[in-house]
Structure formats: structure tokens, C-alpha cells
Design a protein around this ligand. Structure first.
Ligand SMILES: [Zn+2]
Ligand SMILES: [Zn+2]
Length: 148
């Protein structure tokens, strides 16, 4: 489960470092707690950030294992980057929802519908078919028109 984020006070230096880190956040492996850890329940999700010097820190929107957070009590660049990334994701999700409406299918299927002839290709051609099936269908229709 995700934790609700804390208010992140602005901090120009750390914010700048976080902005540079955001693109790395998706490469930080996800980590779900199997047992409670501190005040976090089992099932809480973290990512494993790689710090400078190769150290690994568990981080989420409210806590981080790095010295900046642990020792300085600061909202470190990892948390800031994590929060920025989550916000970007939320914006993206909202945009997808806006475009697709509440699609009953999975996002992938809604964004990349399959050809209705069931050939396994994507429906990138006309009327819900892939371009190959669409041209086959067109050919079929022309032949039927000639036959009648
Ligand atoms: Zn940190
Ligand atoms: Zn097809």
C-alpha cells in the first residue's frame, strides 16, 4: 500500500538535486515490506534508491534511510524525487483517464486495441482492424459487391 505523502517544505538545493534524480526513480526497484518496519505496516511500498557511493536506501514519500534524512532530519533529495515522480505519474494517469474515460479494459488494451479479427495484431487500421485485415476486409467487400 502507498503511504500518503507529507508536506515537503521547499529547499532549493535539495529540490534541484531531486529534479535531477526524478528520471532515475523508475529504475529504483520496488520494495514491499513483508513485515512491519518501524511505524510502517507490512505491505507498505518503498523503492530502493542508489545513493552516491553506491549505498542503497529504502525510500518512499515520507521516509528515507539515507544519512541526510536519518541524521539531519531533512526531507532529503530521495524523498523529494520520489514525490515528484509520484506526482508526474498521477498527472499522467489523470491525463490517460481524461482521454479514455473510465475504460473497462486495462490501460494497455484501451491504448492499444487488438484487431477485431483476432489475428493478434494491433488495430492500427480501419474500423477496429489491423491494416492487413482491414485491406483483406475491403477486398472481400469489393468481391461480394461484384458477386451480387
Ligand atoms: Zn534520502
Ligand atoms: Zn488483423
Amino acid at each position: 500500500m502507498a503511504v500518503s505523502s507529507i508536506a515537503v517544505p521547499p529547499d532549493p538545493k535539495r529540490d534541484a538535486r531531486a529534479a535531477a534524480l526524478v528520471s532515475q526513480v523508475p529504475t529504483w526497484p520496488r520494495h514491499t515490506l513483508k513485515v512491519a518496519w518501524g511505524s510502517f505496516e507490512a505491505g507498505t511500498t518503498f523503492r530502493r534508491a542508489t545513493g552516491s557511493g553506491g549505498a542503497r536506501y529504502l525510500v518512499n514519500a515520507v521516509a528515507c534511510e539515507c544519512p541526510d534524512y536519518q541524521q539531519n532530519g531533512a526531507i532529503c533529495k530521495h524523498i523529494r524525487a520520489y514525490v515528484l515522480f509520484e506526482q508526474e505519474q498521477a498527472r499522467f494517469d489523470a491525463e490517460v483517464d481524461r482521454v479514455l474515460g473510465s475504460a473497462p479494459k486495462s490501460r494497455y488494451e484501451a491504448l492499444f486495441p487488438a484487431c477485431k479479427d483476432g489475428c493478434g495484431d494491433l488495430a492500427d487500421g480501419l474500423d477496429g482492424r489491423c491494416s492487413k485485415c482491414a485491406s483483406d476486409a475491403e477486398w472481400q467487400a469489393r468481391r461480394d459487391a461484384r458477386a451480387s
